[in-house]
Write a protein that binds this ligand. Structure first.
Ligand code: ADP
Length: 347
């Protein structure tokens, strides 16, 4: 069995309750993402002043950064009921039409992982998003009859971790497109302090910052680590979680000073020791590590790249000077890392 990844940004079954209890309900309580919030405030105020529904919103960015939370806040601020669903939940067009045509006044429909809707199903969304109607086709071939079903106006909020997989036709139908980015440690520390307040954990300022620094810029990971750190502190009889307590607990969980876990370190080590720092193709790395390419691309690489430890180049993956140093190794002179050194230094 594979080790549990404490900083995995995706939702694990055990997170569901935690995610719900820690979700901010109002835009003012949503920490960070300043530009996105400012813009949304304007769009909400304008739509309300006109007495119209909010334009359709597409939220994109890595998992665990607050897309579902923001969708719920948007609905709340607009005074809308929200229907939560996800792309993989639909196996045919009729199921989507059933959701779109549910009798409900003033509502938002949230489709998580919207890039996973098949093209055929997605096409039902176009007229629904543009003119509040869906087209029903009854019977087949020469007997086919088309009916238009009028819908109540609604706001579609789509979320995706893979903006590149959204078809241009769908993307162009969203009036508002927002990108959520990883959070700096200072903002994550605010989130951790807020969560500690809700969970009843006494947390020192430096304890919050230590958890924040090791949470890979991701609120879901920060909240999960906070909960585990709380367990260690409690068992050790530590009433206040300070930096030393957080550090000890995170080390025991195998989360290092940058927030890397065993698989991240194995990834970097394999690149250094088996492939001389690259360039190496992701398939080769996946075989060496016994992992799926998708896991490496979706879970491992984004944060390693963001931290300046490695790069994706047209020739393959390359370790930067910073990556070599994080492993306690010297970058080879004139090797692949030399080109990436500048990037590594900057981050
Ligand atoms: P996503 O839909 O992007 O995977 P979620 O909206 O489910 O992420 O967020 C995961 C958890 O992180 C939520 O429970 C929420 O408590 C917390 N969270 C995310 N963004 C923020 C934020 N900006 N401020 C406070 N908490 C946040």
């Amino acid at each position: 069995m594979r080790d549990q990844r404490w900083t995995d940004p995706g939702q694990q079954p055990a997170d569901q309750e935690l995610d719900t209890s820690l979700r901010p309900r109002r835009l003012d309580d949503f920490v960070g993402q300043q530009k996105v919030k400012e813009n949304l405030r304007v769009f909400i105020a304008a739509a309300r002043a006109r007495g119209e529904v909010l334009d359709h919103v597409l939220l994109h960015g890595p998992p665990g950064l607050g897309k579902t939370t923001l969708a719920q806040i948007l609905a709340h601020e607009m005074g809308l009921e929200i229907r939560l669903t996800s792309g993989p939940a639909f196996s045919n067009g009729a199921e989507l039409i059933a959701v779109l045509s549910e009798q409900a006044d003033r509502r938002a429909i949230f489709i998580d992982e919207i890039h996973r809707l098949s093209r055929v199903i997605e096409e039902h969304l176009y007229p629904a998003m543009e003119d509040w109607r869906v087209e029903l086709i009854i019977d087949k071939g020469p007997n086919a009859r088309h009916f238009n079903l009028q819908l109540e106006p609604f706001t579609l909020i789509g979320a995706t971790t893979r903006a590149g997989l959204i078809t241009p036709a769908l993307r162009s139908r969203f009036g508002i497109v927002c990108h959520l980015d990883f959070y700096p440690a200072e903002e994550l520390a605010v989130i951790v302090r807020r969560s500690a307040g809700i969970l009843g954990v006494t947390l020192a300022e430096d304890g919050a910052l230590e958890i924040a620094r090791r949470s890979r810029g991701t609120p879901r990971a920060a909240n999960r680590l906070l909960r585990r750190v709380r367990d260690f502190a409690q068992v050790d009889g530590q009433l206040t979680v300070d930096r030393a307590a957080a550090d000890a607990a995170l080390n025991r969980l195998g989360v290092d000073a940058l927030g890397l876990e065993p698989l991240d370190r194995r990834y970097l080590e394999t690149m250094a020791r088996h492939f001389a720092g690259g360039p190496v193709g992701v398939q080769n790395l996946a075989v060496s590590l016994g992992e799926e390419c998708d896991t490496l691309e979706d879970v491992v690489e984004p944060y390693l790249i963001q931290s300046g430890l490695m790069m994706r180049t047209p020739r393959g993956r390359e370790l930067t000077a910073r990556g070599w140093r994080h492993l306690g190794l010297q970058p080879p002179a004139g090797g692949a890392a030399a080109a990436g050194a500048a990037q590594g230094e900057l981050l």
